[in-house]
Design a protein around this ligand. Structure first.
Ligand code: PRT
Ligand code: MG
Length: 213
């Protein structure tokens, strides 16, 4: 029996950049992933299935083996902590930077800072290493609003062009880490389905190396 692999893909902006990679890796989903309401998809390869989930849930599915393989942003992986999974490949897509940001021209206050973020674990660790006391305020989106309305002194958020920060009178202060999407593998799958996983990782390696059309 050939081994079946399930790949967990993130909806949203990562998916837009994942689809061309999948195509170059020779995997064609049975339905249009952008328009279908399905969550599970077969592909042109009888041993490969896809599940389409929220970006932040990808590491969890892979950790517990509900998916053998996943594609997720490094931001999401750092926040998850990586338990039960291996990061095997930098796909070099959906690249951006995780930064601290604050209001342009406004000095960062002394003492305990209020920091709003979608990434409490990364943020806690970052300020711990700096020896800076912070009060973390967990948000689920639109972090840029927090300093404007006085909810926070700083935010920790992703930046690509910088246009969103600029449009809201904010500026990046410190660079925390460069982000791109990674191929992750469940630890047990790597052992139990070694051959199939190895072949799939190799296909993605080639797809990343090929120049996109
Ligand atoms: O929306 P939902 O909560 O379901 O999930 P999500 O927000 O995690 O998904 P989505 O589709 O937004 O994808 C997020 C993933 O894409 C992140 O986890 C990153 O790995 C990656 N990525 C790459 C980005 C960006 N670039 C990015 N620029 N995610 C978000 N942004 C946002 C940023 O938060 C800010 O609001 O874009 C804005 C900044 O962009 P610029 O170009 O104005 O600087
Ligand atoms: Mg989003």
């Amino acid at each position: 029996m050939p081994e079946t692999l399930t790949i967990a893909l993130a909806k949203g902006r990562i998916l837009d950049e994942t689809l061309p990679l999948l195509a170059r890796a020779g995997i064609e989903p049975s339905d249009d992933l952008n328009t279908s309401r399905k969550l599970v998809f077969s592909t042109n390869q009888p041993t490969i299935n896809l599940v389409l989930i929220r970006s932040a849930d990808v590491p969890t599915y892979v950790q517990y083996g509900a998916a053998d393989i996943g594609i997720a942003g490094k931001d999401v992986l750092l926040e998850h902590g990586g338990e039960g999974l291996y990061e095997r490949l930098d796909l070099k897509i959906a690249r951006c930077r995780l930064v601290t940001a604050g209001i342009v021209g406004k000095p960062v206050p002394r003492g305990r800072l209020k920091v709003a973020t979608k990434y409490p674990e990364i943020t806690r660790q970052y300020f711990l290493e700096k020896g800076q006391q912070v009060e973390l305020i967990k948000l689920y989106g639109s972090m840029e609003l927090a300093p404007i309305v006085g909810l926070a002194d700083l935010i920790v958020d992703l930046v690509d062009t910088g246009n969103t920060l600029k449009a809201n009178g904010l500026v990046a202060i410190d660079h925390i880490v460069d982000i791109s999407s990674r191929l992750i593998v469940n630890r047990a799958s790597l052992k139990m389905k070694n051959q199939a996983v190895k072949e799939l990782v190799e296909k993605f390696e080639q797809a990343v190396a090929e120049p996109s059309a």
